[in-house]
Ligand binder design. Structure first.
Ligand code: SF4
Ligand code: SF4
Length: 342
C-alpha cells in the first residue's frame, strides 16, 4: 500500500501559471539537508537571520528570492516550494491535500457530476507529488508515530472509536447546508493593523496579489507589492449580512467543497481541537462548526470577488464561488491540528 494517501487529489488538473507568484508571498521552510544547496545557489538566500526559513520581505511582501514573479533560486528552491500546491497532513495517515487557492488548479473536480471533469487523476501534479513522497521518505519514523499517537489520544478524549472518524464526517455531511450569519460576516478576518503578512490573499489576473483586510463593518481589498506594502486600494465592501442566492451550478460547487473539506484529515483535526477546548457536544458538532466557518468565509469572499468583477446584486455564479474558494482555502490549511504538518 502506498504510504501517501493521494485519493483527495483524484480528478484535479494542474498547470502552474508562471506570472502568478501567489504561493511565493510566503516564508518557506528550508529543511536542514537542503540548506547547503540553496546557499550555494544564492549565498544570501536566508538573509541576515540565517534561520530555517527564507524570509519574506517586510510589510506583506513576497519571499526575498522572488523577483518579478520568478524564483531566483528555482533549481534549489526548498521542499515546500517544490511540492506546492500539494500539502501533506500527517495524522492517522499521511494524506496529500491541495491548496485550492492556487490558480493553476482546475477546481471542476469539486463538482463530481460535471461531464468535463477528469475521470481520474490527478493530472499535472507528478513532479509535486514526487517531491512530497521524497520528503515523506526522509521523515524520521518517530515523527509519524508521534502524529498517530497524538491523533489517537485526542479521539480517545472525545470518545471516538474510529481513527479516521468516518461516522462523524458522515453525520456532519448529512446536515443541511445552511451557512450561519456569523460565518458569513467572516469576523475572523485580520485587519491591516494585524500586519499585511497575516491577511488572506488571492491572485487576480488584472491586479496581481490581492489581500483581504477586515475593517469594522467593511472589508478592504488591497493590492500588495512584491517588495512589500500596499500598491493600491482596490475596493471597500460591506460585510455580508445574509446568505446570497446561488445559481444551481454554484450550489453544486459549494456542496462539493463541503464534501472535500470533510474528507480532509486536517479539518477533522481542527474540529477535534475545537471540541477539546469547548467540551461537549463532541466531534460531529465541532466538525459542523468548522465547515460552517470555512463556507461562510467562502461565500463572503465570493460575493466581494463578484463585485470586484463589476457584478453586484443578483445570485452568486459558479465562477464567483470558485473565486471565493480560492480566496479562502489557504487560510484553513494553515492551521494547527492534531498530528503534525510536513
Ligand atoms: S499559486 Fe499556483 S499557479 Fe500561482 S505560481 Fe504558485 S503554483 Fe503556480
Ligand atoms: S524560494 Fe522561490 S519558489 Fe519558494 S517562495 Fe521563495 S521565490 Fe517562491
Amino acid at each position: 500500500m502506498e504510504r501517501l494517501d493521494t485519493s483527495l487529489l483524484d480528478g484535479f488538473r494542474f498547470a502552474c501559471r508562471p506570472t502568478c507568484g501567489l504561493c511565493c508571498f510566503a516564508s518557506p521552510h528550508v529543511p536542514l539537508e537542503e540548506r547547503a544547496a540553496l546557499l550555494a545557489a544564492v549565498p544570501d538566500a536566508l538573509g541576515a537571520a540565517s534561520g530555517d526559513h527564507v524570509p519574506a520581505r517586510a510589510g506583506g511582501g513576497a519571499c526575498r528570492l522572488l523577483s518579478l514573479s520568478r524564483c531566483t533560486a528555482h533549481a534549489a528552491r526548498p521542499a515546500p516550494c517544490r511540492e506546492f500546491p500539494v500539502s501533506v497532513h500527517l495524522g492517522p495517515r499521511a494524506q496529500a491535500t491541495l491548496v485550492l487557492s492556487c490558480p493553476g488548479l482546475d477546481l471542476t473536480a469539486l463538482a463530481p457530476a460535471r461531464p468535463d471533469r477528469s475521470p481520474a487523476g490527478p493530472v499535472g501534479l507528478e513532479t509535486e507529488l514526487a517531491a512530497a513522497r521524497a520528503t515523506l521518505d526522509r521523515l524520521d519514523p518517530r515523527a509519524e508515530r508521534r502524529a498517530r499517537r497524538g491523533w489517537r489520544e485526542a479521539l480517545d478524549a472525545l470518545g471516538v472509536e474510529d481513527p479516521l472518524a468516518l461516522a462523524e464526517r458522515r453525520e456532519a455531511a448529512a446536515t443541511p447546508l445552511n451557512v450561519s450569519a456569523t460565518a458569513l460576516r467572516d469576523e475572523g478576518l485580520p485587519d491591516e493593523a494585524d500586519g499585511l503578512e497575516n491577511l488572506p490573499l488571492f491572485h487576480d489576473d488584472r491586479f496581481g496579489t490581492v489581500a483581504i483586510a477586515g475593517s469594522g463593518a467593511e472589508v478592504d481589498l488591497l493590492v500588495l507589492r512584491e517588495s512589500g506594502g500596499v500598491d493600491r486600494r482596490l475596493a471597500t465592501y460591506p460585510r455580508l449580512e445574509r446568505r446570497p442566492a446561488l445559481d444551481p451550478s454554484a450550489s453544486e460547487i459549494l456542496e462539493g467543497y463541503r464534501a472535500h473539506l470533510l474528507a480532509r484529515d486536517g479539518v477533522v483535526g481542527a474540529a477535534a481541537l475545537r471540541a477539546l477546548e469547548a467540551g461537549p457536544p463532541g466531534l460531529s458538532a465541532a466538525l459542523g462548526l468548522e465547515v460552517d466557518a470555512v463556507l461562510g468565509a467562502t461565500l463572503a469572499r465570493a460575493a466581494w470577488r463578484q463585485q470586484l468583477e463589476g457584478r453586484s446584486g443578483g445570485s452568486l455564479e459558479a465562477a464567483a464561488v470558485l473565486a471565493g474558494i480560492r480566496a479562502t482555502d489557504a487560510d484553513f490549511l494553515d492551521r494547527p491540528t492534531v498530528g503534525l504538518w510536513l
